[in-house]
Design a protein around this ligand. Structure first.
Ligand code: FAD
Length: 453
C-alpha cells in the first residue's frame, strides 16, 4: 500500500502542506479533511467581499476540491470533521457532516492545520440574528446575505483590532453608521499611541464613532433579530448588525486530547521543522505557535503569511524532506479608509513590558519628492536596543507608500541590522516614489543620533 499523508484543515496551511508534499512525492496518497464546504481560499479578502469590491465568493477561492483531485491528485473531503487523533495506532476518527457517518482513517504522516476560530465573548443574547463573527468564507456569505435581505443601517463592531478596522471601512462603505466599542483603553492591541492617534483621526474623519474602555453588557432583540446593545458606560444603542472582532483562539483541542503538547500560548508547540512532540505529526498555521526572532521565544501571531510558509515546511518534511522555518518578526499591515497601517518587530509597549533597554523615535516625512503630486506624510516610529543599536521594531502610518516600506524594516529585523546600518541602505529613489532621503533613512539616522547621545 502507498504511504499516506493526511492533512486536517484545507485552507492556507493545510493546502500548502498538501501541495508541497505532492510536488516532492508523486507516489504517496494525500488526503485532506475539511469541516467547511470550501478549501484554499483567502479569508483575508472577506472584508472586501462584504463591501462588494469582491463580487462572488468563488473569487476568493484559489482552487477547489475538483482542481486538487484532477491536477494534483490530492483527495479533498469537504464537510468532513476530524473528531479524534489516535497517535498510538496512527488513525483519525472522521465524521461526514452530510450523513453523520463516522469512520477511521489510517495515516503514516499527519499534518494538523485546523486554524483558529473567532472568540465569542460571554454577552447575553449574543446568538440573536444579525450578530456575526468573521472567520470563514461561510461567515462572509452569511453577512453579505443578511445585508442584502435586511438593509441594516446601524452597525456595531465589538473590538478595535485590525479586523474591526477593516470591517468598519467595509460596513461604512455600504452606507451604515458604524460604532466601534473596545474594552481596552487603546485600539490595535500592542501598537503604540503615536500610530493609534492617526488611526483614530481617520475613523473620526469617516464618521465612525469609537468608544474605548467600553464593552457590551447585553444585547436585546425583537423577533429574534438584534435591536439594541447595552454598553458598560450605561448607554443603550440601537443596532441592526453586530460584528464581533474580539480575537481568535487556536483550534488545538483535538491535538491536546491526543497528547500533543501545546505551548504557553495555547497553540500547538512545534519545532523549526514544524514537528510536534509526537513523531510523524506536524502542525502549521493558525493552530500552531511560531518562533519570534526578536523576542527569542514562541509566540502566537496568527497570520496568512506565516500559515502558508509553515504549511509548506510541514508538507515538505512530512514528505520526507528537510525544510526549516526559522521564524517570524511579527510583520502585519492593514488598510482603514485611506490609511495604510503597518508594523514589524516589537512596539515600545512590548519593549517596555519585556524589559528591553531601548531607545525610540518618531519622525514624519513625505512619501514622495515634495514637488511631485500624490505624496503625503508618513509617520515612522522605530525602536532599537540602546546598547547595540540593533533594530527591535518599526511602526508606520500614512496615506501613501507605507505598506511595502515596512518590509525594509522586516528584512532588517531578519538580518539583525543596527539602525546605523539601516541608515546606510541603498534604497531606491525617483520623485514619483520617494524623496531622496526616504522616511526609512530619516527615521534610522534620527534614532542613531539618539543612541549616540
Ligand atoms: P484557517 O484559515 O483557520 O483554516 C483552518 C481550516 O481547518 C478551516 O477551514 C476549518 O474549517 C478547518 N478545521 C478546523 N478544525 C477541523 C477539524 N477538526 N476537522 C476538519 N477541518 C477542520 N492574514 C494576513 O496575513 N493578512 C491579512 O490581511 C489578513 N486578513 C484577514 C482578514 C480576516 C477577515 C480574517 C478572518 C483573517 C485574516 N488574516 C490575514 C488571517 C489569515 O486569514 C489566517 O492567518 C489564515 O487563514 C490561516 O490559515 P490556516 O490554514 O492556518 O487556518
Amino acid at each position: 500500500m502507498a504511504e499516506r499523508l493526511v492533512v486536517i484543515g484545507g485552507v492556507a496551511a493545510g493546502m500548502s502542506a498538501a501541495s508541497r508534499a505532492r510536488r516532492l512525492r508523486p507516489d504517496i496518497e494525500i488526503l485532506v479533511f475539511e469541516k467547511s464546504g470550501f478549501v484554499s481560499y483567502g479569508s483575508c479578502g472577506l472584508p472586501y467581499f462584504v463591501s462588494d469590491i469582491i463580487k462572488a465568493p468563488e473569487n476568493l477561492v484559489v482552487y477547489d476540491a475538483k482542481f486538487f483531485k484532477e491536477k494534483r491528485n490530492i483527495d479533498v473531503f469537504t464537510h468532513h470533521e476530524v473528531l479524534k487523533i489516535f497517535p498510538a495506532k496512527r488513525t483519525i476518527l472522521v465524521k461526514n457532516l452530510e450523513n453523520d457517518r463516522e469512520f477511521e482513517v489510517q495515516y503514516d504522516k499527519l499534518v494538523i492545520a485546523t486554524g483558529a476560530r473567532a472568540v465569542k465573548p460571554n454577552i447575553k443574547d449574543i446568538d440573536l440574528k444579525g450578530i456575526f463573527t468573521i472567520r470563514f468564507l461561510e461567515d462572509g456569505i452569511g453577512i453579505k446575505n443578511f445585508i442584502k435581505e435586511n438593509s441594516p443601517k446601524k452597525a456595531l463592531i465589538v473590538g478595535a483590532g485590525y479586523i474591526g478596522m477593516e470591517m468598519a471601512e467595509s460596513l461604512a462603505s455600504l452606507g451604515m453608521d458604524v460604532l466601534i466599542v473596545e474594552q481596552m483603553p487603546n485600539i490595535l492591541g500592542t501598537m503604540d499611541d503615536e500610530i493609534n492617534e492617526v488611526v483614530e483621526q481617520e475613523l473620526q474623519r469617516n464618521g465612525v464613532k469609537l468608544l474605548k474602555s467600553t464593552s457590551v453588557e447585553e444585547f436585546t432583540g425583537e423577533n429574534g433579530y438584534v435591536r439594541r446593545a447595552k454598553l458598560s458606560n450605561g448607554e443603550i444603542v440601537d443596532v441592526d448588525l453586530v460584528l464581533i472582532g474580539a480575537g481568535i483562539k487556536p483550534n488545538s483541542e483535538i491535538a491536546k486530547e491526543a497528547g500533543i503538547e501545546l505551548g504557553r500560548t495555547g497553540a500547538i508547540a512545534v519545532n523549526q521543522r514544524m514537528e510536534t512532540n509526537i513523531p510523524g505529526i506536524y502542525s502549521a498555521g493558525d493552530c500552531a505557535e511560531a518562533f519570534h526572532l526578536v523576542l527569542n521565544r514562541p509566540v502566537y501571531i496568527p497570520l496568512g503569511t506565516t500559515a502558508n510558509k509553515q504549511g509548506k515546511v510541514a508538507g515538505e518534511n512530512a514528505a520526507g524532506g528537510n525544510a526549516i522555518f526559522k521564524g517570524i518578526v511579527g510583520t502585519a499591515v492593514f488598510k482603514v479608509f485611506d490609511l495604510e497601517v503597518a508594523r514589524t518587530g516589537i512596539s515600545e509597549k512590548q519593549a517596555k513590558a519585556e524589559g528591553f533597554d531601548y531607545v525610540s523615535t518618531v519622525i514624519e516625512h513625505g512619501s514622495r519628492a515634495h514637488y511631485y503630486p500624490g505624496g503625503s506624510k508618513i509617520r515612522v516610529k522605530l525602536i532599537a536596543d540602546r546598547k547595540t543599536g540593533r533594530l527591535l521594531g518599526a511602526e508606520m502610518v500614512g496615506r501613501d507608500g507605507v505598506a511595502k516600506r515596512i518590509d525594509v524594516f522586516a528584512t532588517a529585523l531578519h538580518a539583525k541590522l543596527t539602525v546605523d546600518e539601516i541608515g546606510q541602505l541603498d534604497l531606491s529613489y525617483a520623485p514619483p516614489f520617494a524623496p531622496v532621503w526616504d522616511p526609512i533613512l530619516i527615521a534610522a539616522s534620527d534614532l542613531e543620533k539618539k543612541i549616540k547621545k
